[in-house]
Structure formats: C-alpha cells, structure tokens
Design a protein around this ligand. Sequence first.
Ligand code: PAF
Length: 331
Amino acid sequence: MTLFTRHFAPAAMALGMAVFGFSGAAYAQQEVKLGYALATTSHYGVAAEKWQEVVEAETDGRYVFRHFPSSGLGGEREVIEGVQLGTVEATIVSSGTLSNFVPETGVFDIPFLFRDLAHARAVLDGPIGQEILAKFDDVGLVALAWGEQGFRHITNNRNAIAGPADVAGLKLRTMENPTHITAFEALGAAPTPMAWPEVIGALQQGTIDGQENPLSVITSAKLSEVQKYLTLSGHVYSPAMLLVSKQLWDGMSEEDQEIFRNAASEAVTAMRGFVDDVETSGVAQLKEAGMDVGELSTEQKAMFQNALGSAYEQYYGTYGKELIDRIIATK
Ligand code: PAF
C-alpha cells in the first residue's frame, strides 16, 4: 500500500460515488480509526498497513482505515479506553497497560520467562495465549491476535550495565506495568512508570536516566539521539496485541469478522518479520548512531535472575505456579 492509496484512495472512492451517484446503501463505508504509539515505518506501522491492505481489499473498500501513528490518539492506556468506549475502532498496543484490563496478561511480562522468540510465539499462538485473548471479551474489547515487539533491553545515560549493582538507583522509565515495576524494584532500580508520549522529553530533560524497550522501538523511535548506553539485557519478552472495539465487531457480518481476524493474523506475520530483521540489523545501526553497546553474558543474566528472587515469589502468588510451569514447558 503506497502513501497515495492509504491516504487518497478513500477520498477518490468517495468522490467517485458522489460523481456517479452510487447509492449510499450499496457503498456504505465504515471508518476504522487505528491508533498506535510508533511511526508508520515501525513494526506497528508495517502491521497496521498490512491489516488495512487485507481488510480493504477483501471487503471491496467497505471499511476505510485511518491511521493515527506516533501516539496521535494519546498514550496506550487512553487509546485502549477509547476502543472500549467505541470512540476508536482499532489499536495495536504493547502489553504496557493490558494487565490493567485483563490481569492474566501480565504473566507474559515476567522477566526471563521465554527462552527465545520461537518459544514466545508458540505460547501466544497456542492454547494459553488464545485463552487470554478470549478474556478481553469480558471487558468490552475484542482481542484478535498477539503481535510482538521483541525482547526488551535497557538504555540509559548514566553508566554501562554488567550486573544488578549497575542498575541500583537508576531512574528507569518503565511501562505502567505492575509485573515490570515489581521486577525493577527487586533489582534496586528506581522504576518510574510513564506513558510513552512523555518519555523522549523526560530523557532529554534528564528527569529519568533511562528506559527499556526492544530494538524495534529503540531504532524506530531514534532513542540513540537521547541515550548513550545500550545494554542487550533481553530481560523480558514484549508482546503486542491487535484489538478492535466491540461496537465495530458487533456491527459486522460473520464474514467480515473472519476477514478482520485473518487480516490481523497477516499483520502479525508482517510485524514478526520486521522484528526478525531488526534483531539482526538493529545493533549495528545503533552502534553506528553512536551508542555504547554491551551485551549481558549468560552468567550476568543469571545474576539478574538471582536478584529477582522476591519478584518471582510475587509472580507465583499472582499468576499461579501451574500457569507459569505450563508456559515454561511449552515447546
Ligand atoms: O515502552 C512502551 O510503552 C511500548 O513498548 C511502546 C514504545 C509504546 C510501544 O508499544
């Protein structure tokens, strides 16, 4: 989908309808406002474009997507609330605030839970991930698919990080995510939950030392311009989710619902492809942009896991050992 087709095709179609006098009933169009936090060139933008392309092609233009990238509709919590109210039709979001809507979602935010991307994808696409998606129905949201951002890494302006002692007292922006906050408290950092639209300004002003996000975000949000150190900590997997409003969903035929669901799954394939690419090329790009990059060794990661002991106890209490063990056992 080119810029022209994304932005001007709907207008051209509307003009055609007016000129040729097509009846409103035959060509009734539903606008789908799609909000997301990052640029159109990011993994979210790529997924959003694929979602639009497939839906618009397969419904003969009965649905017209309108993109609101770069937090154009506000922070992720606000956008999800908009989807819940039906003022926004669709969104692609991180797991940042999802556990405030469906608490079980937070289980995927446990540090060092997933072995690698393949493990995470198998869990999210399998019964555990699908059971959690279905729970969004109870809070007035339709969760169509799990997307992904990659594994999160720490960036900061204070020091390089080789072990838990190096994050002590670090003013680190976290998502508004209780599982993440618990982890960074256990590590002795000073976690500062903050909505994404405020983060770049806070880094520039020095009110926070650092933040943590996957390479997909660090590259597309150009964090190298405001952060010196990048530690490839891979401390937690970062899922994403494609959501639509119940109002939109309930107004659709079953055929259109199926089209939206399949298109969401194609969008996820595109997003994962982007993540695979940036996992390979992102570090070189960030070094070139001047970042001081270090990678935690297996032993150093084990030091972080040991320091997270009290957090793991809390996670077992919150999510249950059975669920956590099922996730770990997934092949
Ligand atoms: O850190 C976050 O809040 C999220 O990872 C982001 C950047 C908004 C992408 O969803």
